[in-house]
Design a protein around this ligand. Structure first.
Ligand code: BYC
Length: 477
């Protein structure tokens, strides 16, 4: 039998977990439920594999992680806050200049809880969305990477649950339980945000998700890392160190698929998507349609273009802008305006609105800038192989369900259309049934020989943690 102290020691942490009796009891109650969730909803058939994983063991910038073989149910889901900054203040909003809060300010309690719950809900959701993909992994390297992403999303759930348990008493505990009850895509009890209820049916979708949607994670966490509630800020700052790898997996994953397709197109002098598919690689038109889908559902995650919630989060000092403290303005924003797009008389026009209400849109624009740079890097791969096709981001209003563009039918070029005309073109712009069937047919079974890769993806440039590409990243036992 495991004693209580051993159990707390099993959770690597820098929050003095063993000393806080109430927290200890709360986590002792939650931990078995979490494990139950992992066995039910974590990566399928993976429980007995030895996976070469990174585990966070401290917050030391010189070396915060160890790499070793781990069975995933034994992964040490730790709780880490970035070190405190001496004299840190609330850096924006009406409370600007106060000492950063070490406890939840009573009047902001429910708002703060809502932000933490929304963030926390995305973490297990993504694990649920990806749970079947291990069965059709294109290599051991990729299999290890998806498992790494999954265990770290689990750790990010722990990070939010720690805040709920430590700072929100009984309703925090109830919210922590509800985080394990909701299910991605469940009609009766779905995950909170739209994109986290969409299926991730194949590896192209997985890489698109980690490129686009994990990057929403980066921008949201960065805004929360500015929070005047110091424990949230410090938690998010540390989560960002792990998030970087997830986006790397996405960018290089899509990049390697593009690379392989471009090699085949160059070698065989082909452009026709049907002929490209016949050679067992994914045509660029299909990749563009997946891009359109993942980009547009991720844009929705930033919330409404005009949001009084966002204004309140900012004004109270709970959620800042991206890199708030590097921005050279008054950090109060009551006199500023910001441009948001809207549909007026069948055309898209810009409208100046109070900057405080436009904070979701501003964060979305920051995000779009970074995403565009990634797409440019993918296009360099095409250029290098002499392929003329270029990937591009569709218009911001394309296929949106949240905000000013919701309810309108906007083409990738930004033309406002009738519903009928839009629907007639839908399958040219979004992955259609044939695309999914084709992509999934190519991803039958998984590649398990070290150093071998499925035909539709190029190998990575290098392996993980100085190991060669043909390292045995997963042992199946
Ligand atoms: N789907 O005032 P608004 C990540 C709701 S990803 C469904 O504009 P607000 C990760 C909204 O709840 C990052 N509903 O909303 C990535 C509200 O509902 P009520 C996750 C939506 O609050 C990959 C209503 O519409 N982190 O970490 O300004 C793998 C009015 O909306 C959606 C966060 O999101 C939607 N997309 O902004 C793993 C940070 N959007 O009250 C992990 C925390 C809005 O009318 N969350 N609604 O019933 C927030 O800061 C804000 O809640 C949001 C929404 C930015 C999400």
């Amino acid at each position: 039998m495991t004693s209580k102290i051993d159990y707390i020691d099993k959770i690597p942490n820098n929050v003095d977990l063993g000393r806080d009796r109430v927290l200890q009891r709360a986590l002792e109650h939650w931990q078995p439920a979490y494990m139950g969730w992992w066995y039910d909803m974590g990566p399928t058939e993976s429980h007995n594999y030895d996976v070469y994983l990174r585990t966070a063991i401290s917050v030391d910038p010189e070396g915060w992680a160890v790499f070793d073989y781990v069975k995933m149910p034994q992964y040490r889901w730790g709780i880490f806050l970035a070190p405190p900054t001496q004299g840190r203040e609330v850096n924006f909003g009406v409370n600007k200049g106060q000492a950063a809060w070490q406890d939840v300010p009573g009047e902001y309690r429910s708002m703060l809880r809502r932000i933490i719950v929304t963030q926390g809900d995305t973490e297990p959701a993504s694990v649920e969305q990806q749970r079947m993909l291990g069965m059709c992994a294109p290599s051991l390297y990729d299999l290890r990477n998806i498992y790494q992403v999954n265990v770290e999303e689990g750790r990010h759930l722990w990070a939010m649950v720690y805040l709920l348990h430590r700072y929100f008493g009984r309703d925090g505990r109830e919210e922590a339980e509800a985080l394990l009850d909701r299910r991605s895509g469940d009609v009766d009890n779905p995950r909170i945000l739209g994109a986290f209820n969409e299926p991730t049916p194949d590896w192209l979708a997985f890489y698109m998700f980690t490129f686009f949607t994990d990057r929403d994670g980066k921008f949201q966490l960065s805004s929360l890392a500015e929070s005047g509630f110091d424990p949230l800020a410090r938690t998010c700052r540390f989560m960002l160190t792990e998030e970087a790898h997830h986006m790397f997996v996405g960018e290089t994953g899509v990049g390697r698929i593009i690379e392989r397709t471009a090699q085949v197109m160059e070698e065989h002098h082909l452009e026709d998507p049907g002929q490209v598919r016949a050679l067992g690689v994914i045509d660029l038109q299909t990749i563009q349609r997946y891009l359109n889908f993942h980009y547009s559902v991720t844009l929705d995650l930033f919330g409404g273009d005009v949001s009084s919630n966002a204004a309140s989060y900012y004004t109270t000092g709970l959620k800042g802008r991206y890199e708030e403290t590097k921005i050279g303005d008054d950090h109060v924003l009551t006199d500023d305006t910001y441009k948001v797009g809207t549909v007026n008389n069948g055309r898209i026009v810009d409208e100046e609105i109070p900057a405080l209400n436009a904070l979701n849109e501003r964060l979305r624009d920051d995000y779009i800038g970074e995403v565009q740079a990634g797409v440019d890097r993918w296009n360099k791969v095409l250029e290098k192989h002499g392929v003329n096709f270029r990937l591009r981001l569709p218009h911001k209003g394309f296929h949106r369900e949240i905000g000013n563009f919701a309810g309108h039918h906007i083409s990738p070029d930004g033309e406002v259309m009738t519903e009928e005309r839009w629907k007639a073109r839908r399958d040219d712009w979004m992955p259609n049934a044939g695309d999914y069937t084709f992509v999934q047919a190519m991803m039958q079974g998984r590649v398990v020989e070290p150093g071998k890769f499925a035909n539709w993806i190029a190998p990575p440039r290098r392996g993980i943690h100085t190991h060669p590409i043909d390292f045995e990243y997963v042992r199946f036992n």
